[in-house]
Each structure stands twice: as structure tokens, then as C-alpha cells.
Write a protein that binds this ligand. Structure first.
Ligand code: XUL
Ligand code: CO
Length: 437
């Protein structure tokens, strides 16, 4: 048990009649929904970076979160203190998984070798903590965006030495992720984009990014890592134009490298909205292309145009995305990672618990609604009916090898084809959905 969370005990399910703020109202890990327990379906992960490393900065203000491990002592000792608190938190909030960046768990040293030594030291401790607590690793990732060497990008940097450096860093991080039994490895290209076309060779940068993806996949097979490799789309922030803008842009990158069988996507709610889509669109697009790997569950703020990374709190933002995910079998290796942070005024240890309890409860509540929506079979009924003519003679002919523009031209004339518009029934469907919220 850590000193920092010593006043908080393991969070229990108490149901909606409970007034205890440190209890779950909907998340009952052993409750069966859609044939599996909530724990098995939701596969929640706490993220190391926002929950334990972010000090409460914003562009105008300094740190507000006064955690004991954020003091000015020996950085490695601080990392150990943070680790104790983190595993105490995971065990009490009961997310079965956690996720990390290499630099969240261990400090950067003054040389590459020193950094690696720090990482190995902490990973030894993490391995022991994972054994003692049973908490598992959903995914690991490398921070290739905070240090100034990466200011012009990592694998898309104009300097090949930076490419080599990030290759070394990702190799170590993949080794560590595999050693800790990670079920996925995530690539989020924080600065894999550019600020101005005035100084940018876009073609070279994209070729280099493609080469980097090839090297990652090749190494995965070399070491026998059985986790999924996931690319995480984000349109901008920190960089103005990012090559991994959204699901469609990521799929284009993956296809450019010929790796569509090897790389899937980690889709984040707030990144979806920042790219001008909504979450369900990004989920639906990925599933339709057999590319959904995992999700980062959070939300933005409609009045703020940046990545506020708030905890989810609204079922109507999530229901259709959940519907898509769970009517397509849910996650096997992926999960729900809370890539979310508390507000900078939420300075007490309890605030971290309230945030995760709220996020886990809203996901559980939405999962229960999703079960009803799936079992009532209402949406497929409308969709199947809308597309039903594709099962008929003409639909089949269009996809047959006998069809071509001339043959279709002939059919329109011979059969006097004269399509009649039909209602899309959007309002009716929105009213039906309302019953499940
Ligand atoms: C940044 C973001 C990252 C990735 C992992 O917006 O979402 O935390 O999830 O690097
Ligand atoms: Co994320």
C-alpha cells in the first residue's frame, strides 16, 4: 500500500441506491452482459501518463498537482515512489490493465545507455508489482515527442540520426512491452507531421514513416511478440498537419507500407472529434476495414478546440460506438484505456478515484444499454431493409464479372429502370435510440 492513497480502500460495486462517492454504481465486474462479464468485455486500463505523471500544467499556468513523487529528489527514487502509488491505485480502482510510455515510468538519463539503465531498473520493479497484484499490461508505447530532439518529428525528422534514435527507443520499448506480457504495442506519432510546407519534403517524410512501420513489424516478428501493433490517429496538436490525421489517413499509411494484415488502430474519442468526425464514425470506419484494435476512451469539450482528454460522462456520446464494437464481437486483445486526465483544480488523491469511477460507471451503463439495443435487433432490421435490394438480381449482377458500364446502361434502358427515393427515417431511428439511453 502507498502512503499517498492510504486513506482510500478498494472500490466496490454498491449499485445506484448507494450515496458513497467512492463506490461503483453501474460497474459490477462480475455481472454478465452479452455473454461475458463486464470485466472481460470492458478490459479497462489506467494510463500512467495522465494519472501519475501530468502535473496539472496548462499553457498559462504551472503545476497544480502536488504529488510526493513530483518533488525535486533523485529522479529514479521519485519513479519508484510513483510506481508504488500507481500499483496501489490500479489495485484499488480495479482496472485489470495499465498502459505506459517509456518516459512515464522511468526518467531520461544524460545518455542513451543511462536512459536504458533507468528503464530496465524500473521494469524489474514493475514485473514484480504485476506478479504481486495481478494487474496486466494492455499496451506500452514510446514517448517520441517530448524531448527537443523530436521537435521536428521522430521517424519523419529531416535528420536520419533522429530516425535511428527513435528506432533504438522503440526497439527497447517493444522489448519491455513483450517482457511484461503487453497485449498490444501502440505507435502514436506525436509529431509525425509538419508545421509549414516551406521547409518540408512531404514525400520523403512519408516514405520514412512507411519505412519505420516496416521496421517495427519486422522486429515484432523477429522477437515473436504476439501483441497487436496499433497506430493511433490524431489530426493535429502538437503538430499542425499530421500524417496520421484520422482512421482513413492511418489506413492509407498502413496500405502504403503494405502492412494491412499487420497493423490495426487504437482509436481515441477526442482525437475523432478533433478530426471533424465523431467517435462512432471512426469506430465504424475501422471495423468496416477490419482494422479496429483498441480504444482510448475519453472526451473533449465542444467549446474548447483542443485535446482536453476528459473522462467520459455521457452515454449518448458512446452508445453507437459501443453498439458497433460489441455487435462485432468486442475486444480480444484490445481494451478501454482511460487516456484521460482530471482537471487541474482537482488536486486531491480522491479526485483521481472519482474520475475513474465515473468513467468506468458510464461505460458499464452504456454496455448495459448496448446489450438491450443488440438483443432487440432494431437497428439491423432497418439497415437490412434499406439495403435489401442488393440481395436481388441487379445487386448481384453489379458485383458479377459480367457487369460493366455498357451492360448496366443496357439494363437501365431494357428494364426501364427509374429509381424511386425512399425515406432514410433518421428521426424515427433517433426516437428509437432514445429509449435505450
Ligand atoms: C496523445 C495521446 C497519447 C497516445 C499514446 O493525444 O493520445 O497519449 O495515446 O502516446
Ligand atoms: Co491516446
Amino acid at each position: 500500500m502507498s502512503e499517498y492513497f492510504k486513506n482510500i480502500s478498494k472500490i466496490k460495486y454498491e449499485g445506484t441506491s448507494s450515496n458513497n462517492p467512492l463506490s461503483f454504481k453501474y460497474y459490477n465486474e462480475n455481472q454478465t452482459v452479452l455473454g461475458k462479464t463486464m470485466k472481460e468485455h470492458l478490459r479497462f486500463a489506467t494510463c500512467y501518463w495522465h494519472t501519475f505523471t501530468w502535473p496539472g500544467l496548462d499553457p498559462f499556468g504551472g503545476p497544480t498537482l502536488d504529488r510526493p513523487w513530483m518533488g525535486s529528489g533523485d529522479p529514479l527514487k521519485m519513479a519508484e515512489l510513483k510506481l508504488d502509488a500507481a500499483f496501489d491505485f490500479f489495485s484499488k480502482i480495479q482496472t485489470p490493465f495499465f498502459c505506459f510510455h517509456d518516459r512515464d515510468i522511468a526518467p531520461e538519463g544524460s545518455t542513451y545507455s543511462e536512459t536504458k539503465k533507468n528503464l530496465d531498473h524500473i521494469v524489474n520493479l514493475i514485473e514484480k508489482k504485476m506478479k504481486d497484484t495481478g494487474v496486466k499490461l494492455l499496451w506500452g508505447t514510446a514517448n517520441a515527442f517530448s524531448h527537443k530532439r523530436y521537435m521536428g518529428g521522430a521517424s519523419t525528422n529531416p535528420d536520419p540520426e533522429v530516425f535511428a534514435y527513435v528506432a533504438a527507443q522503440v526497439k527497447d520499448c517493444m522489448d519491455v512491452t513483450m517482457r511484461l506480457g503487453g497485449q498490444n504495442y501502440v505507435l502514436w506519432g506525436g509529431r509525425e507531421g509538419y508545421e509549414t510546407i516551406l521547409n518540408t519534403n512531404m514525400k520523403l517524410e512519408m516514405n520514412n514513416l512507411s519505412r519505420f512501420l516496416e521496421l517495427v513489424v519486422e522486429y515484432k516478428h523477429k522477437i515473436g511478440f504476439t501483441g497487436q501493433i496499433l497506430l493511433e490517429p490524431k489530426p493535429h496538436e502538437p503538430t499542425k498537419h499530421q500524417y496520421d490525421f484520422d482512421t482513413a489517413a492511418c489506413l492509407a499509411l498502413i496500405r502504403k507500407a503494405g502492412l494491412e494484415k499487420e497493423i490495426k488502430l487504437n482509436i481515441e474519442v477526442n482525437h475523432a472529434t478533433l478530426s471533424g468526425h465523431n467517435f462512432e464514425h471512426e469506430i465504424g470506419y475501422a471495423i468496416s476495414n477490419d482494422a479496429l484494435g483498441s480504444i482510448d476512451i475519453n472526451r473533449g469539450d465542444t467549446l474548447l478546440g483542443w485535446d482536453t482528454d476528459q473522462f467520459p460522462n455521457n452515454s449518448s456520446d458512446l452508445l453507437m460506438a459501443f453498439y458497433y464494437i460489441f455487435s462485432n464481437g468486442g475486444f480480444k486483445q484490445g481494451g478501454f484505456n482511460f487516456d484521460a486526465k482530471i482537471r487541474r483544480q482537482s488536486i486531491e488523491p480522491e479526485d483521481l478515484f472519482y474520475a475513474h469511477i465515473g468513467g468506468m460507471d458510464i461505460c458499464a451503463k452504456t454496455l448495459i444499454a448496448t446489450e438491450k439495443l443488440i438483443n432487440d435487433n432494431v437497428i439491423p432490421k432497418y439497415i437490412n431493409n434499406r439495403y435489401s435490394n442488393w440481395n436481388g438480381d441487379l445487386g448481384k449482377f453489379i458485383h458479377s464479372k459480367d457487369s460493366n458500364l455498357e451492360a448496366l446502361h443496357q439494363r437501365v434502358i431494357n428494364n426501364n429502370i427509374n429509381p424511386k427515393p425512399k425515406s432514410g427515417q433518421q428521426e424515427l431511428l433517433e426516437n428509437i435510440l432514445n429509449k435505450y439511453l
